[in-house]
Design a protein around this ligand. Structure first.
Ligand code: NDP
Length: 355
């Protein structure tokens, strides 16, 4: 299966030749080369995450002359890079592929001087300004930080699922669907993601089995109607997956009927997970509060409880979780960060976005 870690393949940004440039001045960052390899790399606005929230924040911050640095994370472009047709993002009446949409976000951010680095922040220190983050062995410093690290796909947690990952088990139909041409596959989940993946897989698979643990779907009605009426999809309601079968590669799944407890084996060669997401909050343990579901808590507007640290997108939003709402949140966070920097004398009022 293809390496999905960098769907933007070839777009990793090299910060240029090592040098001894002085720390960067706010407002001029887009044009000044970064210091020596390993950092610290300094910016007015450090953005963690490169989904719709992070890259929209970058577009706004860059256009305000703040020379943002984006640490793209382990999945540059975020969740949309592992989705297919996006039909509800305004401005694309014929729909657009998720990876292409995110590539456009990124190009737009870079056009105004954003520097995007394909590294994942593994640790932060938010004890004072400049705020600090470490990623890929380098240190990054921001006078303000926007946390937009999003959420990641969940797995069932079965040993057989783990063992056969990449050998027929996948959480990305877009990435791996091609490998299942004329084969039967199963998708587990009952939300929009599961139905979208099932529909996508009908392009390749001879048959798609949609496995859901309840009778009612969580997905939107339009997606339900499409899945239910699609001749290539067979829906199995009220079943859970006990085990993924197969030694070298997937040969089937063992299902359990939730009502009766009876088990049965279903022969498939591909098994796709689409059961939801977990917010990516690990680097912020001890710094930013989480709610009962594990999502970051926003204090007011996009401000966290730490002044100068802002939060945007799915890392705090488990209600809407849409590209458009995440993008809107990124915009808000950038404007909040810009005003906060202005109030603290880091940037001049002249650079700020019209209010
Ligand atoms: P959801 O949380 O909406 O759905 C997850 C599904 O997985 C639920 O049906 C849930 O079952 C099931 N599930 C969870 N854990 C397990 C488990 N351990 N075993 C079996 N089944 C399990 O996640 P999605 O990723 O589907 O969607 C997230 C958000 O993104 C939603 O708001 C959705 O609308 C949105 N979205 C929008 C799209 C679009 O508009 N184009 C495309 C994709 C997503 P149960 O229902 O029983 O809880």
């Amino acid at each position: 299966m293809p390496d999905t870690s960098s769907p933007f393949g070839g777009f990793a940004i090299d910060f240029g030749a090592a040098g001894d440039a002085a720390p960067l001045a706010a407002g001029a960052m887009a044009t000044v080369p970064v210091t020596s390899a390993g950092g610290p790399f300094e910016t007015s606005v450090l953005i963690l995450g490169s989904g719709p929230a992070g890259l929209t924040a970058a577009i706004y911050a860059a256009r305000a002359g703040l020379g943002p640095i984006v640490l793209a994370g382990y999945q540059p472009g975020g969740q949309l890079t592992i989705t297919t047709d996006v039909e509800n993002y305004p401005g694309f009446p014929d729909g657009i592929q998720g990876p292409e949409l995110m590539l456009r976000f990124r190009q737009q951010a870079e056009r105004f001087g954003t520097r995007v680095v394909d590294v994942e922040a593994d640790r932060v220190d938010f004890s004072g300004r400049p705020f600090r983050a470490w990623a890929g062995g380098a240190e990054y410093r921001g006078q303000a930080v926007i946390v937009a690290t999003g959420a990641s796909a969940l797995w069932l947690g079965l040993p057989s699922e783990e063992r056969l990952r990449g050998h027929g088990v996948s959480a990305c139909a877009t990435c791996d669907g091609f490998f299942f041409r004329d084969k039967e596959v199963a998708v587990v989940g009952g939300g929009d993601t599961a139905l979208e993946e099932a529909l996508y897989l009908t392009r390749f698979a001879s048959k798609v089995h949609l496995l859901h643990r309840r009778a009612e779907f969580r997905a939107s009605r339009i997606m339900q109607a499409r899945a239910e009426s699609h001749p290539g999809i067979e829906i199995h309601r009220g079943v859970t997956v006990d085990e993924v079968l197969g030694e070298e590669s997937v040969t089937g799944v063992r299902l359990r009927d939730v009502a009766t407890g009876a088990t049965s084996d279903l022969a498939v060669e591909g098994f796709f997970l689409a059961i939801g997401h977990r917010p990516n909050t690990a680097p912020f343990d001890g710094w930013l509060a989480r709610d009962e579901k594990g999502y970051l808590v926003v204090d007011h507007e996009t401000h966290s409880a730490i002044e100068g640290v802002f939060i945007a997108g799915d890392v705090h939003d488990h209600r809407y979780r849409q590209a458009i709402t995440a993008a809107g949140d990124g915009c808000r966070a950038a404007i909040d960060a810009e005003r906060w920097l202005e109030e603290h004398g880091v940037v001049e009022a002249a650079t700020t976005t019209a209010r």
